[in-house]
Each structure stands twice: as structure tokens, then as C-alpha cells.
Design a protein around this ligand. Structure first.
Ligand code: EPZ
Length: 429
């Protein structure tokens, strides 16, 4: 059965180490395409999405190897420039090979990423930006085809993103590093994963300044070199365990993460009553009686949408009424039905979720609608009366390395029921 069983009642205590950030590692693998030779990427999480990205690179001719959390990408002089639907629809994030391929080869054909379970997931900003850089964009048989002028190099320009899209910023950053002249990206995404990507590109010989700020400046270079780079810690995985500590701690310490990457999340946990202590590369969270707080999701440094579902669970146990507003995705309250089935008092009005607590949750058989909602349902099981079975656990395994094992090491009664199957149908976030 593709499921996790969660037994409640234990108090969590001890330390857990966050893996490398899924949402950085995926792009760092794509960035390896920019340089002939062997790029080594360390602290790569052992999760299904990274395996999927490895298959995309292998299809393009890259010799991808893994030894523990170290992935090597041996990129040949000649690489393919066409990623088929069979690979892309299983991994939306593979759209970020578009920028590197156009940058390296002068053209690319990437199957349109499939729909996904978070509502609209456009790529219009990716394509608009590439066109601004001089690429000719056409849609051919459900695939995006991008060609640099005369199949050569893109042209630097000034781009102002109407929305600070993470994926568009990453694609355009990787497209611009070998464009002629200077490219300015205004209103870029400022997530720590963008800074990590810019850091690796700079190590490769790119000339990138301003990542993490409201303007990124790229001076194009002729070629990049392979590098050895370590992935930044996963702030969303770390935040998930921090919420677990606030919900069911004792006291837990999450290591391997920069507290500054979770600043607003930790502020909200403290506002809700948890005891939060910051280390150099760790955060410690102790449980306490919780009180209602309001949360609004926004691009970084705002509150991350990827921790919205986990906070719905936390607020269901807080005294009072909270309002959680989701501004990033238009379909991201799919966990609410499952939480209500467990006894939570949550109502959704447009992009607001009104949470009244505290509510006693009853263990139940629930289904993970997506990666982060699935993790949130596991957290709900930690504080529910009676066992909870979370099915469709393959969604969770796409983004969390060994969630059951890491929670069990903190004292939680969480285990896999049977082997977690591969996704039965294309998924994608
Ligand atoms: C990245 O998705 C992450 N995924 C998401 O994490 C994360 O939730 C999101 O950034 C926001 O932080 C990866 O990095 C692999 P966006 P991405 O482009 O790049 C709209 C997880 O659980 N939009 O910032 O797709 C879009 O529809 C996943 O780990 C357009 O309309 O995020 C969405 O509403 C979930 N047109 C919003 O912007 C575009 O061209 C945010 O998208 C691009 C985006």
C-alpha cells in the first residue's frame, strides 16, 4: 500500500537534519547543462523528483551518477535539446532546462509541462522573458520550441517581471549567462534557492550580481566551466519539522538550515506561542499552548506558500480564530477537506481559510492531494486521537527524504505501510 501510518500521542524530542533543498537541487542539475565536463552537486536529497530530473538529463546525453547525496553530471560536448512529454509531464520543474538548453545550444524543445494539482501553473512569464532576450518562441505539437537568433546567442536586455516567479527567474537567469551584453532582471524572485543557483553559476564563471535582491544583473560570458557545488539546506522541509515541534514537541532541533531562510515562519511560530531558539545553522522549537495568528503567503521574504498546509494544521490546534490567506497558487486549499474529515474547523472563502481552534482531531484514512498537503496530513496524525493512514504517499516522497524515518527518530509513531509505489499518473508541482 502506498501509505504512511501515523500513531498519535508521542511527544517529539531530539534533533533532525534537513536535507538539501529540493527546489534548488532540481535547478542546479539543470544548470549543469551549461558546461561541458563533470559537475558535482553535493547535499542532493534522496527524493523521487531528483531521480526524475536525472532521467531528463540522461535523455539529453548527460552521464548522471549518484553516490549517497552526491550527484555527478558528466555533460558531453554535444547534448540533446529535446525533452519528451513522457519525462516532462512527470516533473513540472523540468521546464527549467529550457533556459540552459537555449543558452548552451541556441535552441530547445521542451514538452509543455502538464497541468498540476495546485491550480493554474502558467509558463507565460518564462516564454515572455526568453522572447525579450531575443528567442523565437513557437508552440509545436504540445511542446515549446525556443530558438536564439540565427541559432546563436541570446541578446542581453532589461526585463521587469510582472510577478516574481521562481521558475521564470531561474530560467531567465540561466538563459542570460551566455547572452551577449548585460541583462537586468527587475522584480525577480528572491528565494534562497535563487541565491544558491546564482552562486553555482558564478562558480561556473558566470557574471551574476544581485541575486536575492530586487534586481539581478548578468553580464554574458562566452562559456561556463563545470564545478563542485553544495546545495543549500531545505527551508521548507526544515519548516515542516519546526511545525511538528510546535504541534507535538517537547523540544526538537532542526539542523542543516539557515534560520534567516525561515525568518517569517519562525516569527509566526513564536507569535503562535511556540518557543523558538536560533542557532548558526539550526532552529530549536518547543511546543506550548498555541494561540491564533493570521498568515499571508507571498513570494520570499514573505511567508512561503509551501508551508501553508502545515500551518493550517498548527492553527487548527490554536486557541482562537486565524485567517490564512493564499496569494501564490489559486488551488492550494485541497488539504482542507481532509482536515475537516479529521475534525478540524476550517472554512474557505475565496483565497482565505478561516481556522477556528482548538479542535480535537480524530485519526482517519486520508489521501495526500499533493506533496505539501500530504506532509501536513502526517502532522495532523501526530496530534489526532487514534491512528491516521495517509494514502497516496508517493506525493510526499517526491519532496521529503524519509519523512517517516526522520519523524520516528524524534519519537513519532510513523511508518510506511508497504512499498511506496511510483506515481500512478503524471503529477507535478
Ligand atoms: C516554485 O514553483 C516551487 N517549485 C514551488 O514549490 C513553490 O511553491 C513556488 O516556487 C513558489 O515559491 C519548484 O521550485 C520546483 P512560481 P514555480 O513560478 O516556479 C504563476 C513544492 O511544493 N505563474 O513562483 O512554479 C503560477 O501559476 C512546490 O515544493 C504564472 O502565472 O512557482 C503560480 O500561481 C509547489 N506564469 C505563481 O505564479 C508563469 O510563467 C507562482 O509560480 C510562472 C508562474
Amino acid at each position: 500500500m502506498d501509505a504512511f501510518e501515523v500513531l498519535s500521542g508521542g511527544t517529539l524530542s531530539g534533533a533532525v537534519c534537513a536535507s538539501g533543498a529540493k527546489n534548488s537541487a532540481l535547478k542546479l542539475l539543470a544548470a549543469s547543462l551549461l558546461a561541458e565536463g563533470c559537475t558535482t552537486i553535493r547535499n542532493v536529497p534522496a527524493i523521487a523528483d531528483l531521480d526524475a530530473m536525472g532521467r531528463v538529463l540522461a535523455h539529453l546525453g548527460v552521464d548522471v551518477g549518484r553516490d549517497g547525496d552526491v550527484v555527478s553530471c558528466d555533460v558531453p560536448a554535444e547534448i540533446g535539446c529535446d525533452t519528451p512529454a513522457s519525462l516532462v509531464t512527470r516533473l513540472r520543474a523540468s521546464i527549467v532546462v529550457l533556459g540552459p538548453l537555449v543558452s548552451r545550444c541556441g535552441h530547445a524543445r521542451v514538452a509543455q509541462p502538464g497541468g498540476c494539482n495546485l491550480g493554474n501553473r502558467g509558463i507565460d512569464l518564462h516564454l515572455w522573458g526568453l522572447a525579450q532576450l531575443g528567442a523565437e518562441i513557437t508552440l509545436e505539437d504540445e511542446a515549446v520550441v525556443a530558438r536564439a537568433p540565427q541559432g546563436g546567442r541570446l541578446r542581453g536586455t532589461e526585463l521587469e517581471l510582472p510577478y516574481a516567479s521562481v521558475g521564470a527567474t531561474e530560467n531567465l537567469l540561466m538563459a542570460a549567462v551566455t547572452a551577449t551584453g548585460t541583462t537586468r532582471i527587475l522584480n525577480p524572485a528572491r528565494e534562497p534557492e535563487i541565491v544558491d543557483l546564482a552562486g553555482m553559476l558564478s562558480q561556473m564563471g558566470a557574471r551574476v550580481a544581485g541575486a536575492g535582491s530586487d534586481e539581478i544583473v548578468i553580464d554574458g560570458v562566452d562559456a561556463l566551466e563545470p564545478v563542485d557545488h553544495t546545495v543549500v539546506g531545505d527551508r521548507i522541509e526544515a519548516g515542516t519539522y519546526a511545525v511538528a515541534g510546535a504541534l507535538a514537541g517537547g523540544e526538537i532541533t532542526v539542523e542543516g538550515v539557515e534560520p534567516a531562510h525561515l525568518a517569517l515562519v519562525l516569527d509566526k511560530l513564536a507569535d503562535a506561542g511556540a518557543a523558538v531558539t536560533l542557532g548558526d545553522r539550526s532552529v530549536t522549537v518547543a511546543g506550548a499552548p498555541l494561540r491564533a495568528v493570521d498568515v499571508v503567503t507571498l513570494p520570499f521574504p514573505g511567508f512561503p506558500t509551501d508551508l501553508q498546509a502545515a500551518f493550517l494544521v498548527l492553527l487548527s490546534q490554536a486557541q482562537g480564530t486565524s485567517m490564512l490567506t493564499e496569494n501564490v497558487f489559486d488551488g492550494r486549499f485541497r488539504v482542507v477537506d481532509q482536515l475537516v474529515a479529521m475534525g478540524a474547523d476550517v472554512s474557505v472563502e475565496a483565497h482565505h481559510a478561516i481556522v477556528r481552534g482548538p479542535c480535537r482531531l480524530e485519526g482517519a484514512r486520508v489521501a495526500a492531494p499533493d506533496l505539501r498537503a500530504g506532509a501536513a496530513l502526517v502532522l495532523a496524525g501526530l496530534v489526532a486521537d487514534g491512528p491516521t493512514v495517509v494514502t497516496q504517499a508517493h506525493h510526499i516522497e517526491r519532496g521529503y527524504a524519509d519523512l517517516p524515518g526522520k519523524l520516528a527518530a524524534l519519537g513519532a509513531g510513523v511508518r510506511r505501510l508497504g512499498a511506496v509505489e511510483a506515481p500512478p499518473a503524471p503529477t507535478g508541482v
